[in-house]
Write a protein that binds this ligand. Structure first.
Ligand code: SAH
Length: 504
């Protein structure tokens, strides 16, 4: 039997893509992932399909685990020969009990590796423009656990020393004891006017920063309802220049944006929104169903090389087509000499992932423009063209090409069916004004969404509606929905850019 191995992996401070490359690699290879509450659950999407995932929240309440139970799990899984990733919020050994877990593994003779990560103090400071060290005012930083800062006689904190510390003081786990911490620092000689900052939910779209002098910081947190997890920074550093607060200045920061595609499409779009500092809310309205088992498709596949042009009008179509090729043990040579056109940059990029260069991409990403511009680009008279598309696509493109003298075959490689999602929650959030944007990337999503959510609710609330292009906007208008913005470039990036422009 294989000898088990445990990787103590830091998940980083919140935002999923702040994990290290090494951490992500190990998640992909793990047989078993034992996951802390503070680790971003989105990181579990790295896990392989057969990985066992065990959540071990340590808070009080049902389903919570004691450290002893976690230790037993680590030993049990590693002893059965598994590669275990113990995924911990922030860095594994900064107030993370990584030290205890490593000691336990060493004691039990189980091999382990520690994968460091960005700890909350550093991320919270940098995502709020606070510089923990600075040549002018802070040559030293101290990290302290505020958890021990209660009236316990056995506290390790030397308040006298700390009150005189000439640098930046950072407390973890301090929210429950903030009053006591402030009292001790002032009692031991720290100036009441010393700047302080509390950063909650650092690196996430829900990040909040409360700033005040030391004597007023606790009150300020109460006013602003600052909730853990939070980092407390005390020292001149906390009085940071607001110009350096780069993250919270991003146009989509703090915006709640609903994505309404299929589940995989939503995941990709949500990741982009997070990169722009927004908060995605995934609400699947459709499901893509491949039609690549049909005899029409299989017959077409056998004679692809006879076409002059093969046209893809969505990235979904490309993925489905190439997945099908792969499952049939074929590759891109099936295209033979046929030229390939893509409706837009996302479709072309998807082809490019398979090393297929589109021969033609229009400058405006709609079916109509693709037809018009392709007619200008190549002589299509008598040419054989194959459209590989959704069963629901409109006839406009095919008709345009036929008018130019082409012989057009239209083959559906997928269809779109409506998906049901948890709409009670979303309906309430829209009604409360807690949703900033609804985004629509296709007419099918419009149909799927408004099959579940009433259009008058949307029209009468503050929520804004963003559409990827004129065809989708027209479908919204046909349902009587007010459209606030239509993307200039008809891609998900273009959609986000259009929303950003309204917030600049
Ligand atoms: N090992 C972790 C810390 C675990 S202790 C690390 O290196 O970051 C838990 C404390 O970390 C919380 O009480 C809070 O003080 C801090 N923390 C973790 N994530 C945070 C976040 N996203 N924003 C602010 N503080 C955070």
């Amino acid at each position: 039997m294989n000898k088990g191995f445990v990787y103590l992996v830091g998940a980083g401070p919140g935002r999923a893509d702040l994990i290290t490359v090494r951490g992500a690699e190990l998640l992909k290879a793990a047989d078993c992932i034992i996951c802390d509450k503070l680790a971003n659950p989105a990181l579990l999407s790295y896990a392989g399909p057969n990985a066992e995932i065990i959540h071990v929240p340590k808070r009080i309440g049902s389903g919570s685990f004691t450290q002893q139970e976690i230790n037993n799990l680590l030993i049990e899984k590693a002893s059965s020969g598994k590669t275990v990733v113990r995924l911990k919020g922030g860095d594994p050994c900064i107030f993370g009990r990584g030290a205890e877990e490593a000691a336990l593994l060493a004691e039990a003779g189980i091999d382990f590796e520690i994968v460091p990560a960005v700890t909350a103090a550093i991320a919270a400071a940098e995502y709020s423009g606070i510089m923990l060290t600075h040549r002018d005012y802070s040559s030293q930083v101290v990290f302290i656990t505020g958890h021990e800062a209660d009236n316990k006689a056995n506290t390790n904190i030397d308040w006298h020393l700390l009150a005189k510390f000439p640098g930046t003081i950072v407390f973890y786990m301090a929210m429950g004891n903030l009053d006591f911490i402030v009292e001790q620092l002032i009692k031991n000689g720290m100036a009441e006017e010393m700047p302080a900052a509390v950063i909650a939910d650092a690196t996430l779209s829900s990040q909040r920063v409360a700033k005040a002098s030391l004597s007023r910081i606790s009150e300020k947190c109460k006013q602003e309802k600052t909730e853990p997890p939070a980092i407390v920074v005390i020292g001149t550093a906390a009085d940071s220049n607001t110009k350096l607060s780069w993250f919270m200045k991003k146009p989509l920061f703090g915006r709640n944006i609903v994505v309404t595609r299929d589940v995989p499409g939503n995941a990709g779009f949500a990741a982009k929104i997070i990169k722009h500092a927004g908060n995605p809310i995934e609400f699947a309205t459709i499901r893509i169903k491949p039609l690549t088992q049909t005899s029409q498709f299989l017959q077409t596949l056998a004679k692809l090389a006879e076409y002059d042009w093969i046209i893809f009008t969505s990235a979904n179509g490309v993925s489905i087509f190439l997945d099908c090729l792969r499952s049939l043990q074929k590759d891109s040579r099936v295209f033979g000499p046929a030229k390939i056109a893509a409706i837009g940059s996302e479709t072309a990029a998807k082809l490019d992932e398979f090393s297929i260069k589109a021969d033609f991409v229009p400058t405006v990403f709609t079916g109509k423009e693709l037809g018009k511009q392709l007619i200008g680009f190549a002589n299509l008279k008598g040419k054989k063209i194959l459209l590989l598309r959704s069963q629901l696509a409109s006839d406009e493109l095919g008709e345009l090409l036929e008018q130019a003298g082409a012989k057009v075959d239209n083959v559906a490689i997928y269809t779109v069916v409506t998906e049901k999602s948890e709409c009670k929650w979303l309906t309430e959030k829209i009604a409360e004004g807690a949703v900033d944007w609804l985004t629509f990337a296709s007419p099918s999503s419009v149909k799927g969404f408004f099959a579940q959510i009433r259009s008058d609710l949307v029209n009468s609330s503050n929520v804004k509606v963003a559409s990827i292009g004129p065809v989708t906007s027209q479908h919204l208008k046909n349902l009587g929905v007010r459209v606030d913005v239509t993307a200039r470039e008809h891609t998900t990036d273009g959609l986000l850019a259009a929303i950003e422009r309204t917030h600049e």
